[in-house]
Design a protein around this ligand. Sequence first.
Ligand code: ADP
Ligand code: MG
Length: 207
Amino acid sequence: MDAGTDCAMGAEATITESDFLGMDAVVKQRPPKTYRLPELDHHIRSSRTRNEARIMHEARAAGVRTPCIYDIDLKECSITMERMDGRMVKDVLDSEPERAEEVCRRVGETIARLHSARICHGDLTTSNMILMDDGEVCLIDLSMGCTRAETEDIGVDVRLMERAFTSAHVELEDAFSVLMDAYYSNVPDAKSVKRKVEEIRNRGRYT
Ligand SMILES: Nc1ncnc2c1ncn2[C@@H]1O[C@H](COP(=O)(O)OP(=O)(O)O)[C@@H](O)[C@H]1O
Ligand SMILES: [Mg+2]
């Protein structure tokens, strides 16, 4: 595998472009945090790496597009995965607001499919979604996700998305309604999810 160039740097992980057996790849690595005890630090980084790979795999098995995993290195705490040749949903919404409703509908359908399989994402921001050329939405950055999600987990996922979306895309209120309509028309038991989201929203308001 070739060593590549840093293309994005997050709070917790470094993303490096690379290639894997001739395929475009990225390596997501969690570098050590020196302020933590080394054994504890390695435990945290390796379990997040394992969790991320597991959730990506389960989401994919449920029909949600996620990068294909090429390799996992628990010692280095890194995942080598398919490099998605698309654009961050955040950038598309910022630069082409006329496409917002169409893109948001796809986002809503995608999240509904994930939640229908009782999988939570854990960090549903538009920077963790990649719009592919064929219009499909690919989800990335699932390390905070969970499987066998209860309605509470799903409600929290939706509420966090609502907060992230409305602060990142203040002007796209109508597109967000399209997203939520698409979501609720495709998720089973939409009524109880709606009720739960409302409850969580009120909890935030009064505490
Ligand atoms: N598989 C991938 N293909 C293409 N770009 C990616 C891929 N994974 C991550 N990226 C890019 O790197 C950025 C950070 O990756 P992400 O997994 O979200 O890590 P972080 O925890 O740092 O947010 C993403 O917003 C995206 O732009
Ligand atoms: Mg991210």
